[in-house]
Write a protein that binds this ligand. Sequence first.
Ligand code: MN
Length: 321
Amino acid sequence: MTDLFREQSASPSSDCPPCPGEPVAERIAAREAKIGENFIVRRAVPSKARRMVGAWCFLDHAGPAEYAAGKGLNVGPHPHIGLQTFTWMLDGEVLHRDSLGYEQIIRPGQVNLMTAGRGIVHSEESVSDAPGRLHAAQLWIALPEAERHREPGFHHYPDLPVMEQDGVVITLLAGSAMGRTSPAEVFSPLVGMDLRADAPAQTTIPLEPRFEHALLSLRGTVTAAGEVFAPGTLLYLGTGRTHLAVELSEASQALVIGGQPFGEDILLWWNFVARSAEEIHQATEDWNAGRRFGSVDGTPLPRIPAPDTGGMTFKQPARRT
Ligand code: MN
């Protein structure tokens, strides 16, 4: 997906509090935007309180929504640099197309992972004009300096490790946990897990204490670290936790993300993750001039122009020491 919030200000990761280096429990309200008639997107990351959780630098929770005929998702071709887009499908189907020639429908329980590296273009649209449902999480993972200029790539993961514990179905989306490793190709130490319960359930999941973690409810009520929350709230947990007790209400689902504190300041603007305003200006100019990024074949949707960087408010922040 693309930046539907039309933010004009760049988001530098250095302008938020540093990783606390200990367990905390901070409630962070996601920002909400309504797309179309009843299509809700909640942006949980970045926020002023937390720009990143490990290398995870963006988290949009879309839906759950039901849409009428012809009112489905239609995000035309747009570029990315410096990141991976990680799509976790909960309900509905979306067709991904990209400038490498990949065409892939993603269905519930599957992950699409696109590595932008030095640059890629993709479109995302509903599979047909029929009425349908959409419920998904889209995350971005910042690529570390040594990997961010790499060749672009795309992977579809139809089968991920699934474990069951205390009535909770745990899907390992990325990284390693509980003796299993996700096939998703990532470039820094991180983890992603989906927890799902049909009936009320309580379980304890192991965490890597060097990682910072956060928890988001995707549906239903979730209780962890003394906090009770529902969709729309991200619970940031800090580092230093070896495990986390989680309580899930009936028909609930939660997303756990974590990773080694990133250690590099990034600059996020529109669909780009970079290190400097100059790189952002260059990527914007190149995209709007039709250079560098290539094109997506087969989509009926028009390409999305980058907003004018003239409106980009950005001050180079003082580096943390
Ligand atoms: Mn996108």
